[in-house]
Design a protein around this ligand. Structure first.
Ligand SMILES: [Zn+2]
Length: 299
């Protein structure tokens, strides 16, 4: 598809011309993209059914080449069909409006497959039933208030609370990457599932760090995810941390990049200690590693 640029009477007084691009220009399904607009003014846009929330400089600089930069995140859903896409943005400045189309290409993530065999009445079954044999230090947390998990997922802070690069919350090996299609077998039962999260290994007790700034919107015990922390980074970007041991934050706490929010544990439905990290952007679970790779460090 060819980019169409409508220049509606963009006068020489407003030079230089705006730049609109999608980073990266070739993106696997299940990844976030950054829409970058270098232009002054108010910027609105959509990608499919996702509104784009632009943040950054809105003012024209006196130096013509030092253009203000505004960015917005969008999610390419898991299993989105490969092919050309475009983001449409509307730039309003000095009483004039321009529409820009920024093209990019979605490719297949080629995600792995795995077979997970769990014997009947395994440790995972016992843990699911509440035995939680890995918990050594932390006293059991009471079960979180019903409905609090889905309320946390729906939180919608209309501000960007993150800045610069996202951290990996635990520096350790990946035990299961994002996007793995699993064939689960327990006894005679077989079912398929997709792991739309990143599993990071742990012995138990290592600190789990906040990937970036945000506000804690859930911190408590849930039957499947165990001791859970959900951080709202603003503008419909959330990070979810499952199976922790102790939690070091409570709902309403503000966190910065690197704040210790919990210790790695094995609570909830698990077979051993690890961190299950999910990133939800505009309601879509996207690859945590792609988000970490997407945002450059702050200058
Ligand atoms: Zn996981």
């Amino acid at each position: 598809m060819i980019a169409t640029v409508v220049l509606a009477a963009w006068t020489s007084a407003q030079s230089p011309l705006p730049v609109v691009r999608v980073e990266p220009s070739v993106v696997p399904d299940g990844s976030p993209v950054l829409v970058v607009v270098c232009a002054p003014g108010r910027i609105e846009g959509r990608f499919e059914n996702q509104p784009l929330r632009f943040r950054g400089d809105t003012q024209a600089s006196t130096a013509a080449l030092d253009r203000p930069r505004q960015t917005a995140l969008a999610a390419i859903p898991y299993a989105a069909k490969p092919g050309p896409r475009e983001v449409v943005v509307r730039i309003t400045h000095a009483g004039q409006t321009q529409i820009h189309h920024a093209p990019f290409t979605v490719v297949s993530g080629n995600y792995p497959t795995s077979i997970v065999v769990t014997p009947p009445r395994s440790k995972a079954t016992l843990i699911a039933a509440g035995a939680e044999p890995h918990r050594k230090n932390a006293p059991p947390l009471p079960r979180a208030e019903p409905g609090s998990f889905s309320r946390a997922l729906a939180s919608n802070t209309k501000a960007r609370l993150w800045r610069g690069r996202f951290l990996r919350p635990v520096i350790t090996t990946v035990t299961e990457p994002y996007g793995t299609s699993r064939l689960n077998i327990r006894g005679r039962r077989k079912w398929r599932s997709t792991h739309l999260a990143l599993d990071l290994d742990g012995q138990g007790g290592e600190p789990v760090l906040a990937s970036n700034g945000g506000v804690v919107v859930a911190a408590g015990h849930y039957p499947g995810s165990g001791n859970t922390v959900i951080i709202d980074h603003g503008d419909r970007l959330l990070s979810l941390h499952f199976h922790n041991d102790r939690l070091h934050v409570k709902r309403g706490d503000r966190v910065k990049r690197g704040t210790a929010i919990a210790d790695v544990g094995a609570t909830g439905r698990v077979t051993g200690p690890h961190l299950h990290l999910e990133i939800r952007l505009n309601g879509h679970r996207v690859s945590p590693e792609s988000l970490i790779d997407l945002i450059p460090p702050e200058k």
